[in-house]
Design a protein around this ligand. Structure first.
Ligand code: SF4
Length: 297
């Protein structure tokens, strides 16, 4: 079969899926309401026909010999009906038997809507990692960004994922409230929620205004101001200070190495919390200046 480009662009994946096969099974995001997100504003959400997906898989399997991980795009592939996802996972096993892991983005709504049995079934078929944008542990911030959920629900949903035998990777956004709103509560409660959620990975991002997002329009009209680097690093410090290591039940890999971040941190919680905090304090003590675009420790 001739190699062709099957993708509906723009196409996104988590940084950690850089070497995975991207299999687009849904188009867009079924939620599409978060104020900071412009990723899928140009797309109308729909599910791709299973026959199209099988054809693409056969083509990828013929041309790429070393596929060991598959990422299901777009924005919340978990929103698709369980029966459909089982067909996709079975097709992956048939076409790429050497595949060791399948993952996808998920929203709180997707996880809420799936029963524990459905999640277990999907995990048994190979879908063993979900990426969830939590963004904040603060209910006021979650309301501001129109996340449509609460910190309490996010904690509960994370344990539902863990009980099903899946790993969960959560992202949080530094500077999300902008200069007009309270970022301290956002940081304190984000530290708290990291301590209480079932998580395998935590990734910190820094807010960037994306084309097409509501916040970008608000900023253009003077109602939203992106915070400076020093404020972002201060938030990072408060988050780390408010991670209650004694509440953490399992190791969590902690990263702030996304391209959007000024300060790159890597460690495993709970044991590296104090070392990470010390690194942030050192940077704050030295001084953070606007001309610092990136800081590697
Ligand atoms: S952040 Fe995630 S859930 Fe929110 S609109 Fe963007 S893709 Fe959808």
């Amino acid at each position: 079969m001739q190699l062709y480009d099957p993708y509906d662009y723009p196409l996104y994946r988590p940084p950690s899926e850089a070497y995975s096969l991207i299999l687009q099974v849904t188009i867009g995001c079924s939620y599409n309401r978060c104020v900071f997100c412009g990723m899928y504003q140009t797309k109308k959400f729909h599910i791709k026909p299973i026959e199209t997906i099988k054809k693409e898989l056969a083509m990828f399997a013929e041309h790429y010999r070393h596929i060991d991980k598959v990422f299901l795009a777009d924005g919340d592939a978990l929103s698709a009906p369980t029966e459909f996802l089982v067909s996709v996972l079975d097709a992956i096993t048939a076409a790429v038997p050497q595949c060791k892991r399948v993952s996808c983005y998920a929203t709180h709504l997707n996880i809420r809507q799936k029963s524990p049995e459905e999640l277990k079934l999907l995990a048994s078929k190979g879908l063993t990692l979900l990426y969830l944008g939590v963004e904040s542990g603060d209910d006021e911030t979650l309301k501001f960004i129109r996340k449509g959920t609460t910190a309490h629900e996010l904690i509960t949903l994370s344990h539902k994922v863990g009980d099903a035998g899946m790993d969960l990777s959560a992202t949080f956004i530094l500077g999300i409230n902008g200069a007009e709103r309270d970022n301290t509560q956002h940081a304190i409660k984000t530290g708290n929620i990291i301590s209480q959620m079932y998580l395998t990975y935590v990734g910190l991002l820094t807010l960037r205004l994306e084309d097409g997002s509501y916040l970008t329009k608000e900023a253009a009209e003077g109602r939203y101001t992106v915070v400076g680097i020093e404020e972002v690093v201060r938030e990072l410090k408060i988050i780390l200070e408010n991670i209650h290591t004694e509440q953490m039940k399992a190791p969590v890999i902690f990263r702030s190495n996304h391209a959007s971040n000024f300060l790159t941190l890597k460690g495993t919680l709970p044991q590296d919390r104090d070392v990470l905090l010390e690194q942030v304090n050192r940077v704050l003590k030295r001084g953070v200046y606007p001309e610092h675009r990136k800081y590697y420790l």
